[in-house]
Design a protein around this ligand. Structure first.
Ligand code: ADP
Length: 184
């Protein structure tokens, strides 16, 4: 786990590490439509949170999202055994070369920030949504995330953390940020 670097006057923190270890008001889960857990960060979050998380997700499916959580939407559960108080589940788009899904990926970040703000949260941490199994090109995803954060964080009380799992991802993010003129 690295010490966070900051952008946007300290409102955006960027680090390498395991998101399940972060003590924040909410971590965001790159979930799938079923909300029943899966591989990657979703699996790691379910393992660390314990079986209560799956039960809470089953209740969300029953009461709010009987057909599953659509792309770009968000749903809230407690964090159970996680150090994070809550989990915001969102479904990133599966990358497709011929269809522009950037708005859907942006929506995951926008709606997570909105929900966190409505809940009076101060701190939220994101994994690199859609850049694993869902195949979104990493640099393109970073540009989308930076755009959302630059638009939203100055007008909110939130401190957002981008938690990259690998050193290479952190380095790639730094390169994109510097190419786009974001100062640390
Ligand atoms: P998606 O299906 O949205 O692509 P994945 O879980 O496959 O989701 O990957 C999303 C990102 O989460 C990838 O960059 C992957 O390296 C990262 N990741 C996997 N496990 C963790 C973890 N424990 N903490 C933070 N990031 C993680």
């Amino acid at each position: 786990m690295t010490t966070p670097m900051t952008y946007m006057s300290g409102r955006l923190q960027v680090m390498q590490g395991d998101i399940t270890a972060l003590e924040v008001d909410a971590i965001v889960n790159a979930a799938n439509h079923s909300l029943m857990g899966g591989g990657g960060v979703d699996g790691a979050i379910h393992r660390a949170a314990g079986p209560e998380l799956k039960k809470a997700c089953e209740a969300l499916r029953r009461d709010q999202w009987p057909d599953g959580l659509p792309d770009g939407e968000v749903a809230l559960t407690p964090g159970f055994n996680l150090p994070a108080r809550h989990v915001i589940h969102t479904v990133g788009p599966v990358y497709a070369k011929t269809i522009d899904k950037s708005d859907l990926l942006a929506s995951c970040y926008q709606k997570s920030l909105t929900l966190a703000g409505e809940q009076g949260m101060n701190t939220i941490a994101f994994p690199a949504i859609s850049t694993g199994v869902y195949g979104y090109p990493f640099d393109q995803a970073c540009e989308i995330v930076l755009g959302v954060m630059a638009e939203r964080l100055p007008h909110s009380d939130l401190i957002a953390t981008l938690c990259f799992f690998g050193e290479k991802d952190l380095e790639a993010f730094r390169n994109v940020a510097s190419r786009l003129g974001y100062q640390r």
